[in-house]
Each structure stands twice: as C-alpha cells, then as structure tokens.
Design a protein around this ligand. Structure first.
Ligand code: NAD
Length: 510
C-alpha cells in the first residue's frame, strides 16, 4: 500500500448542522485504497434517520437562517473565502484524492484550483446577476423575483470527486439554497475536507451538510425526502433512471449529468499530430474515468491505417503505475468492482475487434486495479465496446468514408454528452458539429471548459443544462410579480351588463 497521506482523520463521519456525527445506528463501511485494495479507513454509512437529521438541519437553516436572505454581495464574500480555503489545501487535497481514487498525482494537482474557480465564478455571477423587468406603459410593471428553491440534494460520483462536488456546491450555495451532499461511496475521503472549509469561510451552521453512504440507502433516502426540493445528480445512466422515477413522486426539480460515449471525428485534412495528442489525452487522462472521454475515435479512411499505428505506438508507451509517482500517466482504477467491469469489457472487445495496444493488467503490476492503455481498431458500430460506456482506459477506433457516414456513426449510440471534430475545413467543422447529437462539441480541441457555457448532455447523457446562469436558474425559483400601475380593468362578473370587448381576459401583452 502507498503511504497514507498525512492529516487524515481516524474515520469519516457525516457533517450535520455544523457538527461531525457517526450514523445514528452506528453503521459503517470500509474504504479501499486502489493500489492494493486494502481497507484503510472506516466511513459512516448513512441511513434514513441520518438523512432525516441532515435534511432537518438544512431546512431549519433555509427557513430561519441568514443564508437565503443575505445580499448577493455578502454571500459572494463568503464564496470567495471558500475559494481561498480550497486553493490553500491544493497539495493536501491532491494527495488525498490520488490515494483514495487512484488518480495520478500530477493530474490530481489541478483539482483544487478548478474547484476554487467554481466558487469564484458563481460569486461573480450572483453579484452581476440581472433579472428581467417589463413595462406595459401606464398599466403594469412586471418583474422577476428570483429566490432560492430550498434544500438541495446533491449526489456525486467518484471520478474527480472533490471537483465534482464543487461544481454543484458552488451554484447551489451561491443561489442561497441550503444543501445535503451525498458523496460517492468509493471515494468519500476528500468530502471530509469541506466541513472545515465551510466553517473557516463563515458559512452559517446547517447550510452545508454531508451524509455518506451507499446510493441504495443514503442516496435513495435523500432523493425521496419530501423536504428536499431539488436533486442534482451526476452518475450513471441506469442510476439516473431510478432517480428520475423517484423524483417524479414529489415532482422534484432535477438536473442529471450522466454517462457518455463521446466520438472524436478526425478528417483526413486535420492537423494529424494535434488530433493524435488530443485524442490520446482525451481518453487516457484521469485513468479514462472521465464522462467526456473521447472513447470512440472515428477516422477518415485515407489516414486510418497511419492513425491507428501511431495511436497504438503512443498508447503502448503510456506509463501505468503508482498514482503517487509524478511520472505516472495512468494510475489505479478506483475500485475492484469497477476494475472487474473494465477488464470484462476488454475481454469482450477481444472477441469483437482488433486489439492493437494494451489488453489487460500490466505484467509488472500483479496487484491493485491497474489496466494498460487499451486500443481496439476496426470496431464495428454494433460492437458492445462501441456502444457501451466503459469508463476506463479503453478506446474504440472505427474508419469512415464520408461526412454523412461520420455523422451517422457519431450519433449511433444512446449517449450524447460531448463530441470532438478535427478538420481544417471551417464549413465542414461547423456543419458536422451541428449535426452531431451531443450537448457539447469541441472543434480542433480536447475538452477545455469555459464556465459560462452550457454543460450537459442530450439523449441518455442527461437532463437539463448547467453552467453559467443556467446553474443559478436551476437552483432558483423565478417568480413573476405583476403590479397594476393605473386603474385595474376587471370584467365585472355578477354586475349587470358588460360589453363584449370587456372579455379580454389577459389583456394586451405589451
Ligand atoms: P453511479 O450512478 O453508480 O453513482 C453516482 C452517485 O449516485 C453515487 O453517489 C451513488 O452512491 C449514488 N446512487 C447510486 N444509486 C442511487 C440511488 N438509487 N438513489 C440515489 N443515489 C444513488 O455513478 P458512478 O459510478 O459513481 O460514476 C460514474 C458515472 O458518472 C459514469 O457514467 C460517468 O460518465 C458519469 N459522470 C457524468 C458526468 C457528467 O457531467 N455528465 C461527470 C462525471 C461522471
């Protein structure tokens, strides 16, 4: 087992109403370290009673506390302090995240800064926020009264867990909601850091709460809790479907960021080396455990053989190893269950396509969740490794002959999260991008985020779009207020005689 990062608590607890707490019934589970799968820390396992306590704390803070009532500028100051606190623990967080999730340390290093930026970004947005006001001259003034929705349930996955948590916490808190966070059970450790960050930044008691535990118990209780007004979920499509059905019982607002099987479409006129670098990084960074991974590469026939050969050569040289080693490019997959799933897909792939790099556990790493960078070529569109999300360092490469065929292949899956188009033909780049069914497209680039743009998928990749003001809209009610300026014109029911033209029920629209 790698050396445990310093400063870890002796156990992971819930954080409810400003205090750490074990589960009321004392339930716990063991967290594994992915390079040896040794249990290394015990985590509280939340049940209904723990979720009830956390939601009650969040509801009290929402109904009675200062947070939803603060001026945007006051909340923004607190969010800025959260960002500073997050940035200050960059090294500590990177060590914890790398140890707990198997992420290579160099890639874990940027996570705190990205998380901090999320808080700064939403702090700036709420201060600059404008809402609509409309005038019907001399008759009515109408405006939007924006207010926080209430207690938000935030359910997050295990890939880059702290960063994913920040992506929900920042807009939820910025909007004035109070929250109950349910982190992923594979990687609960970094979520323990939030409590201290929130306290030092001056977030009032009860505004931020965490309940750890399994999806089927803690997550399910949170989704179904009647006092939780909205649910923001990131995770697998199958889980998303269950949560969607459960939210329907109480007509909850929800936002879903789900899986992907994102295509990179590379035309013969593309910058070959740039496309090669970018698609290698796109699927093998973050251990391939990346929702927007370019896990299907579609290559135009004239450059297909050259591309496959060059791609496989580079993939074979990718360094797989101990996540704490700065030279490591692919660390250990998060958990033995996930490792087994990825290995099963590799075996399926061997029967479906041509293996040109990798194909299993590296010979020099006999234990832990290690997988070589694995490349399949000549993958048919109906192959399972073409259709299904593997969420590991495995890529499927497929040739195409025409723009139409490229678009058809790109769209031929149930997901629609991201896409990447590589070409030097400007018109083709836009036309292909427009025709691809995905929430986001990068042209001649891998995934570089602009926090102002919509983030989210179509088809099986999600519901709703977050990012920029869209996130604030999700966490806010936008109540329309209509005020009469002059005499109110009312059709006089029950009074004698009114003219036909008095029956204009809504009146003129402007
Ligand atoms: P998962 O669906 O197994 O779990 C996600 C979270 O949901 C966990 O906290 C889990 O405990 C909880 N959960 C599970 N069952 C639940 C239930 N019945 N009710 C309530 N909560 C429940 O996903 P994962 O394996 O942790 O994460 C990987 C998946 O997340 C991949 O599919 C990946 O593509 C996706 N993802 C998507 C994005 C995006 O932005 N679109 C980002 C990151 C990850």
């Amino acid at each position: 087992m790698a050396t445990k990062p310093s400063g870890l608590p002796d156990r992971i607890q819930h954080y409810i109403g400003g205090s750490f707490a074990d589960s009321i019934g004392k339930e716990t589970f063991e967290v594994l370290e992915p390079t040896t799968n040794t249990p290394y820390i015990t985590c509280a396992s939340g049940q209904q009673a723990d979720v009830d306590a956390a939601v009650a704390a969040a509801k009290k803070a929402f109904d009675e506390g200062p947070w939803p009532r603060m001026l945007p500028r006051e909340r923004a100051r607190v969010l800025y302090r959260i960002a500073d606190e997050v940035a200050a623990i960059n090294d500590e967080l990177a060590a914890i995240e790398s140890f707990d999730s198997g992420l290579p340390i160099r890639q874990a290093k940027g996570q705190a800064n990205r998380a901090a930026e999320n808080f700064r970004f939403f702090a700036d947005l709420i201060v600059a926020q404008v809402d609509d006001a409309f005038k019907m001259p001399g008759r009515q003034i109408n405006y939007v009264n924006r207010k926080p929705k209430g207690v938000a349930g935030l359910i997050t996955p295990w890939n880059t867990p702290f960063m994913q948590e920040s992506w929900k916490l920042a807009p939820a808190l910025a909007s004035g909601c109070t929250v109950v966070l349910k982190p992923a059970e594979f990687t609960p450790v970094s979520a323990q850091l939030w409590a201290g960050i929130m306290e030092r930044a001056g977030v009032p008691e009860g505004v931020f709460n965490v309940v750890h535990g399994f999806g089927e118990s803690a997550g399910d209780a949170l989704v179904k809790h009647p006092d939780v007004q909205l649910v923001s979920f990131t995770g697998e499509l199958g889980t998303g479907k269950i949560i969607y059905a459960n939210c329907a019982q109480n007509m909850k607002h929800m936002s879903m960021e789900l899986g992907g099987k994102s295509p990179a479409v590379i035309f013969a006129d593309a910058d070959f080396e740039a496309a090669l670098d970018s698609t290698l990084f796109g699927v093998f960074s973050l251990n391939g455990e990346r929702c927007t991974a370019s896990s299907r590469i579609l290559v135009e026939r004239p450059i297909y053989d050259r591309f496959v050969e060059a791609y496989a050569e580079r993939a074979k040289r990718i360094v797989v190893g101990d996540p704490s080693n700065p030279d490591t490019e692919i660390g250990a997959l998060v958990h033995p269950e996930h490792y087994a799933k990825v290995c099963e897909y590799i075996e399926i792939g061997k029967g479906e396509a041509r293996l040109v790099a990798g194909g299993g556990r590296p010979a020099d790493l006999p234990e832990g969740n290690y997988v070589e960078a694995t490349v399949f070529a000549d993958v048919a569109p109906d192959a399972r490794i073409f259709q299904e999300e593997i969420f590991g360092p495995v890529v499927a490469i497929t040739p195409f002959d025409t723009d139409e065929e490229a678009i058809e292949l790109a769209n031929n899956v149930e997901y629609g999260l991201a896409a990447y188009v590589w070409t030097s033909n400007v018109a083709r780049a836009h036309n292909v991008a427009h025709a691809i069914e995905s929430g986001m497209v990068w042209i001649n680039s891998h995934n570089v985020r602009d926090l102002r743009t919509p983030f989210g998928g179509v088809k099986g990749s999600g519901l709703g779009h977050e990012g920029g003001y869209r996130s604030l809209d999700f966490y806010s009610v936008q109540q329309s207020i209509h005020v009469t300026l002059g005499d109110v014109h009312t059709t006089r029911f029950g009074a004698t005689g009114y003219a036909e033209n008095d029956l204009g029920l809504g009146g003129p629209s402007a």
